[in-house]
Design a protein around this ligand. Structure first.
Ligand code: OOG
Ligand code: NI
Length: 451
């Protein structure tokens, strides 16, 4: 229980995500343009699709849509990652899911810090995809040691942020005044720095191994590298991005366009080359920050996810080198075997649903039926798709690569190590599928106590 004089973790997260969005807008003006575009397309989509409007409103997705963002950061050490875990906990964000990017040739593994409860997600589902650099995968011992030395010298948190995290832990919350200070101090960790901590030669040596290593090691902190709004029509945003002077990545990642969207579709505009002052007053550039958009659909069960993975693999053999239109056409045809209708997905156990009483169901209490299917048939219970709140490793790899100049290193592959990640984090990551299953189960239980 939050004490009455403490601000709720939901409020702190909401304030922080808005402050982060304002900071990124000031840092990367194109992000502001992207927000406007997404807002405009969302309004158009809602007025063209009244049924979608009704459903999003009923399930509380409409209110959160305009604030919904995810960000991404990359850190260099276990100490940084575990301190981030404590910092995000102040905002009610917890590590969910393990993503192995070594498979895609990127030397990191990741989790997403995000809210978990229905209420928290409905208030503001702000998530941060957080990657830990895996220096152990770098072949050159000299480079590895040099990186470790550089990272050991930095503290990515302000003393004020550290003190407030501790205060939250010992007193069980933060007062309004403390929360305001916390938001300000915590934001510092994610700020962009035009000054690198190393000289240009060191930067180049690390960059030659992998651009990501340079991005993590050479700066004072884990600058937020993108902040992603949620759109209701990603194909339309992708089309208009080019018209508005943004340079979109070639294809939209994830499943194809459908009547009933599943999981997550994503695209981004390419990273910007920015000028950097290196140690010894040398000028250079670094490319890290980009813009991204996402469209979210229903969360899939293990069975649905297996079907998705199988179809994605089939399609990948046929989509190599295709432009977006051709890519989407192949995806559409391969995915035609994935039922595109919520009732079929529900009947076949492919997706998760939240069950709730309809108006009719609320009126007609105390009847004997305790069978959910019968109640649905009688119009007393409705099943709403649960929105997917997580990420997709193959899509994430595509996003990394399009912004890392396409360079990948196959030598990194086959190195999933969830135990090592959890050791560094100082806590286990929660399995994302168990969270959806639990929300579905709890919604059924609530109904059965009411009928
Ligand atoms: C993270 C890339 C992954 C997503 O939306 O899948 C990601 C990064 O580039 O640091 O953000
Ligand atoms: Ni992203």
């Amino acid at each position: 229980m939050t004490q009455p004089n403490y601000l709720s973790t939901n409020d702190i997260r909401d304030r922080f995500s808005k402050a982060m969005s304002a900071m990124y807008q000031a840092e990367v003006p194109q992000y502001g343009t992207l927000l406007e575009l997404v807002e405009c397309v969302n309004q158009e989509t809602l007025s063209q699709q009244p049924e979608l409007h009704r459903r999003l409103e009923a399930q509380g997705d409409l209110a959160r849509l305009s604030v919904e963002r995810h960000g991404a950061i990359r850190v260099g050490t276990a100490a940084e990652l575990s301190m981030l875990r404590r910092l995000f906990a102040v905002m009610g964000m917890y590590p969910v899911g393990y993503y192995d990017l070594s498979e895609a040739g990127v030397p990191v593994h990741s989790t997403a810090f995000r809210p978990i409860d229905d209420d928290a997600l409905a208030t503001n589902p702000f998530r941060v995809f957080t990657s830990l650099l895996r220096l152990e995968l770098i072949e050159s011992k000299a480079l590895r040691q040099r990186s470790e030395e550089i990272l050991a010298k930095r503290d990515i948190f302000t003393p004020g942020a550290r003190a407030l995290v501790e205060r939250h832990e010992t007193q069980g919350g933060l007062t309004r005044e403390e929360a305001d200070r916390f938001v300000k101090e915590a934001l510092e960790t994610f700020r962009w720095h035009q000054d690198a901590t190393v000289d240009l030669a060191t930067y180049h040596a690390l960059h030659d191994e992998h651009r990501l290593i340079a991005d993590v090691v050479c700066f004072r902190g884990p600058h937020i590298n993108h902040l992603t709004p949620r759109t209701l029509n990603i194909d339309e945003v992708q089309r208009r991005m080019a018209e508005m002077g943004m340079n979109p990545k070639a294809v939209i990642e994830g499943p194809p366009r459908r009547e009933c969207p599943i999981l997550l579709r994503q695209t981004s505009f390419k990273a910007l080359e920015e000028s950097i002052r290196f140690a010894g007053d040398e000028q250079g550039t670094h490319t890290a920050r980009f813009g991204e958009i996402e469209q979210r659909g229903v969360a899939l069960t293990p069975k649905g996810r297996a079907l998705y993975d199988q179809l994605l693999n089939e399609a990948r053999k046929q989509t190599v080198g295709l432009d977006n239109d051709a890519h989407q056409a192949v995806m559409q045809s391969v995915f035609s075997t994935f039922p595109d209708n919520y009732e079929a997905m529900r009947q076949e156990g492919l997706a998760y649903f939240h069950y709730h009483l309809t108006e009719k169901g609320q009126v007609a209490q105390n009847h004997l039926d305790t069978d959910i299917e019968a109640l649905i048939e009688q119009g007393r219970v409705e099943a709403r798709p649960i929105t997917y709140e997580d990420f997709l490793p193959v899509s994430a790899a595509g996003i990394f690569q399009s912004n890392l100049g396409g360079k990948q290193n196959e030598a990194y592959a086959g190195n999933a190590n969830r135990d090592a990640f959890e050791d560094a984090l100082g806590a286990p990551v929660t399995d994302e599928l168990s969270l959806y299953a639990e929300r579905e189960r709890a919604s059924k239980e609530t109904i059965l106590t009411k009928v």
